[in-house]
Write a protein of this length. Sequence first.
Length: 265
Amino acid sequence: MPDIEERVSTLEGALMRLAYMQVNTQINLNDLSNLVKHTQTALEESDRKTRAAMDEEWKKTQANLEEYRKENQIIIKEMKDDAAQIRKEMKDDAAQIRKEMKDDTAQMRKEMNYKWGKMAEKLGTLVEDMVAPNIKSIAKKYFNLTECEDFITNRVKRHPVDKEGEKEFDVIAVYGDTVILNETKVTPRMKYVEEFIKFVKKGTFYEFFPEYNGKILIPIFASMNIPDNVITHLSRNNILAMAMGEENMDIVNPEIIQYIKVRFH
């Protein structure tokens, strides 16, 4: 019996401790529940305040952005107005500059053309002045002509039949039954060469100067420098080519002289 009572007593003690623990656990659970509720409430309050603060900051930011936008619109408008004014002034200035440049260019072109014309005249005269004095020496050197009866330079003559036709003759040297005809060009363009060849071959010279009809005509085309192809073309047409030599103007295709003499005898 004593053992049973002792066991019962031990069991009762264990049950009491278990009941105590359950009660204590329930108290702890209640405290934890209250803590969780308190924490949740605190978090919700903090979250509410945070959202409110963020909303307030967003409103302020929106207001600042709107103010900034308005200010920028004013600045942009002022910049556009300034840019439009600048473009207008630049356009007006450019138009004025173009007008002045156009006027200046026209004046410069006019002055330049005048100067080029004068230069061409001087250059042409210079070449002619270099050619003419050498005609007599060439007449003597290549044709043994010494007695010059008439020496004409820069003669402008109207055609006796065609009154509209007029030609300038650079040099005409008359020796007995022979006439030396010189055509001088600053630039020996093929166009000038062809015109001179045609003039000689058609006998147009004798139409201008019928008093020389029957005389031998020795044609000389002269320039400071004559390209080889032009010299060849002149030679094929029995026209002497005269250009600057080592010291003076001289004939550069003397090999055709024999054909000239035969042709015009």
